[in-house]
Design a protein around this ligand. Structure first.
Ligand code: SF4
Ligand code: SF4
Length: 432
């Protein structure tokens, strides 16, 4: 990939040496975590290709779009409505933030006690190694947590930033505030792209993004089967790629994969045996290439069957109604849909625990692993509430706190192995 795209990376202003080091680090990790899996569906080939071309083909597509006068908008949160960007002729890209980057430079502008996700995106910007970031004409921030809302002030020294105020409660007055934020975002996007959003373009964009969600829901539904037809690691990868791949191509490829998985289900063929433990992962988003915890879980006789994450069900479980007549009506529906997201930044946030109880039943889960990033107060604190609710329903929970390094992998493995062992014993004891 490197030789074909070097000129493009140079034009984007990347630090080519640092970028080479980043690209060299990825293939061994991917080989070990992904390509070594047994019983992988053949249709994962497309998603392997997307990763192999992570800074290649898609970046080229973005440059072609920009050469035609199109704009690229980067985001860090599932609250930013992709439909609006598409309706105004733009491309919306989720920026990854799943790996430690440029720690030395980051320390100069941020305090140490801040979450790895925030450090990561500042690191990517300061080191100039992310061609997605460098392709962005605008980055959209949000006020979901204290760290993010303050860091977007700093980020705006390096790239144009638009911040959306996400309310912290879900009362009527909060919904009204959020609706006005979505309207402002629409105006800002129109201004950036120079294209008016019409009822027709917005309806089309809503349909297209809903189609992507439907494909992901079809995939999620298939994972309810026992044996699970696909690993959690592969599913997470697809959910991560959903944030930046071409929407229509991605949707078609997920449906192709689902057709293969349906055949597997009919043949009772799983990625692991039907006795493998079934786990749900919940907590802070697992941004690409953060596969550490999923890999540790699935290195055992266990399979992750659902992700109650923003790189998971929270991203695609709710659809936007498709029948609105006017831009105003459709914008209101979009605002309503996004506010249903049960992020830990809300207080109170009972919906997330309720979702987990429902998911545990639907997916026949043996247990749930709550994974928070260090210094992520919203999720670390909410974990206690979640534990209490799950306890009341007899659903076992393991709480872990981690970062993007590998330093704690041994300790995490011990804890995860012990949890899975306990679940196995519980299963045995419950059998007549
Ligand atoms: S966890 Fe909250 S802040 Fe993070 S991406 Fe999800 S909705 Fe946004
Ligand atoms: S919600 Fe947590 S993980 Fe997300 S940016 Fe804030 S502190 Fe970091």
């Amino acid at each position: 990939m490197a030789n074909d795209y070097r000129e493009m990376w140079k034009k984007l202003g990347l630090d080519l040496e640092a970028h080479d080091r980043l690209l060299q680090a990825l293939p061994p990790t991917y080989g070990e975590v992904y390509l070594n899996q047994e019983n992988r569906p053949a249709a994962m080939e497309y998603f392997d290709f997307v990763v192999a071309e992570i800074h290649g083909q898609r970046i080229q597509e973005l440059q072609e779009h920009k050469a035609r006068g199109g704009k690229v908008i980067g985001t860090f949160c599932v609250f930013v409505p992709e439909e609006i960007v598409r309706a105004a002729g733009g491309i919306c890209i989720g920026l990854c933030s799943g790996i430690e980057m440029g720690a030395g430079l980051v320390e100069k502008v941020l305090p140490g006690s801040i979450c790895p996700l925030i450090k990561s995106f500042m690191g990517f910007k300061l080191t100039r190694v992310c061609p997605y970031f460098e392709s962005c004409d605008l980055v959209v921030g949000e006020t979901t947590c204290d760290g993010k809302k303050k860091v977007f002030e700093i980020l705006s020294d390096y790239v144009p930033v638009h911040v959306m105020e996400v309310p912290q409660m879900k009362r009527d007055k909060d919904a009204a505030l959020w609706h006005s934020e979505v309207q402002d975002f629409l105006a800002r996007t129109e201004e950036l792209t120079g294209q008016k959003v019409t009822a027709e373009s917005l309806r089309r964009a809503v349909r297209e993004v809903n189609e992507k969600r439907r494909a992901l829901l079809r995939l999620a539904g298939l994972r309810k089967n026992n044996p699970a037809p696909i690993s959690g690691k592969d599913s997470l990868l697809i959910e991560q790629i959903a944030m930046y791949d071409d929407v229509e191509r991605f949707t078609a490829k997920v449906h192709e994969l689902c057709a293969e998985l349906e055949a597997r289900v009919a043949q009772k063929k799983g990625v692991k045996s039907k006795d493998a433990l079934r786990i749900i992962v919940t907590g802070t988003p697992l941004a690409i290439p953060n596969w550490k915890v999923m890999h540790l879980i699935e290195s055992n006789d266990a399979v992750v069957v659902a992700e109650e994450l923003c790189t998971g069900l929270r991203y695609f479980k709710n659809l936007v109604p498709e029948e609105g007549e006017s831009t105003a009506e459709i914008t209101a529906s979009i605002a309503k849909r996004y506010l249903q997201t049960n992020c830990a930044c809300f207080t109170p946030n009972p919906g997330r625990a309720e979702d987990l109880v429902t998911l545990a039943k639907e997916y026949m889960a043996d247990g749930i692993i709550h994974c928070s990033l260090v210094f992520c107060d919203p999720y670390l604190i909410e974990a206690g509430r979640i534990e209490k609710v799950l306890e009341g329903h007899g659903i076992p929970l393991l709480k872990i706190e981690t970062d993007y390094g590998q330093g704690d992998a041994g300790q995490l493995k011990t804890r995860i192995d012990a949890f899975l062992e306990m679940l196995k014993e519980k299963r045995k004891a419950s059998r007549p």
